[in-house]
Design a binder for this molecule. Structure first.
Ligand SMILES: Nc1ncnc2c1ncn2[C@@H]1O[C@H](COP(=O)(O)OP(=O)(O)OP(=O)(O)O)[C@@H](O)[C@H]1O
Ligand SMILES: [Mg+2]
Length: 332
């Protein structure tokens, strides 16, 4: 028997997730060389990047996953672009970069905003010309690579504050996938729960008979700062530690129950830094600020057209108008 690999599949029936699924398919088939995937932590950016690769003619070639925030600053350039022997102290041999290794395939640049300006500039040149130079080389090399960049922060803010090049931002922004937070797609929560419980049941060789109605109420009310990953982890914890056949509210950690009962407190935040978590800001304030920026950015990018901005955000026109009046955003 072979170990089942989790299928590359976006689970969910909500309109925004349907829209993402369609978009992923289209991008996969298209010749687009740059894609930006945006979403809070745990919303499925890594999953979407893999799906785009798998659904593209590049699927038989490499998918190289690079976490830009995990490679020490000074090493990123040589990791990505490679270097010639003697290009700098310590470059004892010639090294092929990851981009060259991914020729014909896909490079996934996770946490793209962590790239420094030098690398951002090289990347932009590469996107424009499909050519790059290894460090210390005068010869440029042609590559055929698709870049998928991911970020859990609004890059526009980084651009405004000078941390991210605007030209690269606009280049990446041409084809963008926006993954909505789980809290904004209530129906997906239970569809995902059902899916994960089925998977966990098989993995743990347990029979799990659904959940008590109160669980659904809690799940729909909770803010899920860690999004789908948090839901998946919570369910696994319950299946691993509890014997009951049915998921019950008493299995849900008090932290979540408290938050749902009282509404989010200023200290309620996830272990992961979500884009909404900024300093001592209240969770609601931070979320609203973040939503406001998202909506404003979509409107700017759509030249003030609500219809196009709504599509960009995976919302209906009506939902976007509602958000605009709630958040106090005008078309300007
Ligand atoms: N719609 C979905 N259907 C099924 N599984 C999902 C879905 N969205 C996310 N997941 C699962 O949730 C987990 C987290 O997703 P992923 O790692 O892609 O998130 P991410 O956005 O890359 O998070 P981070 O910003 O923290 O890197 C993964 O196990 C992924 O397979
Ligand atoms: Mg990820």
């Amino acid at each position: 028997m072979t170990a089942a690999r989790p299928a590359l599949e976006l689970i969910g029936t909500s309109a925004p997730i349907e829209a993402v699924r369609r978009l992923v398919r289209r991008i996969g088939e298209s010749p687009t060389r740059a894609v930006l995937v945006y979403g809070e932590t745990g919303t499925g950016k890594g999953l979407v990047a893999r799906m785009i690769h798998a659904q593209s003619p590049r699927s038989q070639r490499e998918f190289i996953d690079i976490n830009c925030g995990a490679i020490p600053g000074g090493l990123v350039e040589s990791e990505l672009f490679g270097h010639e022997k003697g290009a700098f102290t310590g470059a004892a041999t010639r090294k092929t970069g990851l981009i060259e290794a991914a020729n014909g395939g896909t490079v996934f640049l996770d946490e793209i905003r962590e790239l420094d300006h030098v690398v951002q500039a090289k990347l932009l040149t590469l996107l424009d010309t499909q050519r790059f130079r290894r460090i210390g080389s005068v010869r440029s090399i042609e590559v055929d690579v698709r870049f998928i960049a991911a970020t859990n922060r609004i890059l526009f803010t980084e651009v405004r504050e000078g941390r991210f090049r605007d030209d690269l931002y606009y280049r990446l922004q041409v084809v963008a996938v926006n993954l909505p937070p789980l809290r904004d797609r209530g129906e997906d929560c239970m569809v995902l729960t059902e899916h994960f419980l089925r998977e966990l049941g098989e993995r743990y060789r347990r029979r799990i008979n659904g959940w008590a109605p109160a669980v659904e109420e809690v799940f729909r009310a909770y803010h899920w700062p860690g999004n789908v990953r948090e839901l998946e982890n919570l369910l696994e914890r319950i299946v691993a530690l509890e014997d009951d056949a049915r998921i019950d509210v008493r299995h849900i950690p008090p932290r979540i129950m408290r938050e749902v009962e009282r509404g989010p407190s200023p200290t309620a935040s996830s272990a992961d830094p979500t884009p909404a978590r900024v300093g001592a800001e209240d969770f609601h304030q931070a979320t609203a600020r973040f939503q406001r920026e998202l909506v404003r950015e979509a409107l700017v990018r759509s030249d003030g057209s609500v219809g196009r901005a709504a599509r960009r955000l995976g919302l209906s026109r009506h939902a976007l108008r509602h958000q605009m009046s709630k958040l106090g955003v005008t078309r300007e």
